[in-house]
Design a protein around this ligand. Structure first.
Ligand SMILES: Cc1ncc(COP(=O)(O)O)c(C=O)c1O
Length: 420
């Protein structure tokens, strides 16, 4: 039976939302056209563990997890307790609060960076890192690899970059991940900072990363690791710890507080201390205590229960099983890339027919899927088995039909490509 994910109720709220909110959403990954419009749910309103409910009461296994933050899962008792206990004491104070120091001390112990500043969004801290780098070496050019947020300097390198001064567009250059030649062609003595996601999905080439570290050190360029995804997911100390490559500055957010809005800039004393001199980075809600207490409780739990080792090993097992199924059904248009707790499906189809088909089929199996599987501690054997069973059925169908036949079975609109 076809489930009722999209109906009059959701369409009415969608129409009202479009009237009052440009594009309806606050972040592009939630845009209804990133799903199968006319078939998929648009609004979620409840979550427990790794399950979410849409506004029509459909319960789904979530494989998106708030686009990264929910490392433990929705509505976690221990984290809720920490937040509630802090609510009773105060959300924000007129002077600084000791928990800021406690969190900084924990981060120092766990990540081995010297000093930290707290803010709200990923873009806040990547932007602060860029400003610090420029102040440190007096240069302006940025080399970037990956996505780093919506602020001018970063969005200047995206496709959707209207409203940004020409200067910002000139001053940033992208280089390709694992392409050392591309990096070497672009790095020079005018470069202030190299900012990169140390691991995205592709397996990291150690020579590529180590050479970047070596050259940035030689040329006095600040190396910034954007560990928004990998920090507190791949390892508490992020990719930098796993790879044993230490950048000068590091940026964390997403999983660090299981969904509460906090981002962290960390780094070496000699650069970070410029924030107490003439580099300006201050924000009212940087010291908001609910997020800070949630981060402390999350990190303690990640450590106590060895959560990340467990998620990543479960995820590696899931990848192994999906790869077996791809081979079993001899599907050449689908492959997997990434690490246990976050991996993507590479689909050989530019029109998004496969992606839309798979998304709808996963929904029919009560799984919310957007092409990337982001796991949490709440995804246990039961849920992983459901994902494997659904994938088996979906790959079987893909193996038996042409793209146009699959397209014919799609109920909603084809998923739109991202403007990145
Ligand atoms: C790697 C990376 N850096 C930076 C950001 C920007 O973070 P925010 O959206 O919190 O500003 C994101 C957001 O998804 C990200 O994935």
């Amino acid at each position: 039976m076809t489930k009722n994910f999209f109906n009059n109720k959701s369409f009415k709220i969608f129409k009202k939302g479009e009237k009052y909110i440009p594009g309806l959403v606050q972040t592009f990954a939630k845009n209804p056209f990133q799903f199968s419009f006319g078939f998929s749910p648009i609004f979620l309103n409840k979550g427990k563990g790794c399950y979410v409910s849409d506004i029509n009461g459909n319960k789904l296994i979530d494989t998106i997890m708030g686009i990264g933050p929910l490392i433990l899962g929705y509505n976690n008792k221990i984290i809720n307790k920490a937040i509630k206990s802090q609510i009773n004491k105060g959300i924000i104070f007129s002077l600084t609060n000791p928990q800021e120091v406690e969190l900084a001390e924990i981060l120092n112990r766990e990540t081995k960076f010297d000093m930290f500043k707290f803010s709200k969004t990923g873009a806040d801290v990547t932007s602060a890192a860029i400003r610090l780098s420029r102040a440190y070496n007096g240069r302006e050019k940025i080399l970037s690899c990956g996505y780093h947020g919506w602020h001018d300097w970063s969005a200047a390198s995206l496709k959707r970059n209207n409203g940004i001064p020409k200067y910002s567009k000139k001053i940033i250059q992208k280089f390709e991940y694992n392409n050392l030649k591309d990096f070497l062609n672009k790095v020079d003595n005018k470069t202030a900072a190299v900012i990169m996601e140390p691991i995205i999905f592709e397996k990291p080439n150690l020579k590529f990363l180590k050479t970047i570290r070596q050259i940035t050190r030689q040329k006095k360029i600040v190396l910034i690791f954007d560990e928004m995804w990998t920090g507190f997911r791949l390892d508490i100390g992020g990719a930098s710890k796993i790879l044993n490559i230490k950048p000068d500055l590091v940026c964390y957010s997403k999983a660090i507080a299981n969904g509460m809005p906090i981002s962290v800039l960390g780094g070496s004393k000699k650069i970070m201390n410029l924030l107490d001199k003439d580099v300006f980075f201050y924000t009212t809600f940087g010291a908001e205590t609910l997020s800070i207490s949630s981060a402390i409780a999350t990190i303690k739990l990640l450590k106590r229960d060895k959560v990340l080792q467990k998620i990543n090993s479960r995820g590696e097992n899931l990848i192994k099983n999906i790869n077996k199924l791809i081979n079993k059904h001899n599907v050449t248009s689908v492959s997997i890339q990434g690490y246990g707790s976050r991996f993507r499906f590479i689909l050989n189809d530019k029109k998004n027919i496969l992606k839309t088909f798979m998304h709808e089929q996963y929904l029919k199996n009560n799984i919310l899927w957007n092409g990337i599987i982001t796991l949490s501690y709440s995804h246990k054997n039961k849920e992983l088995k459901k994902i494997i069973d659904a994938t088996d059925k979906i790959l079987k169908k893909i193996s038996k039909h042409s793209l146009s036949e699959l397209n014919y079975q799609i109920k909603g609109k084809l998923i739109k490509s991202r403007p990145l």
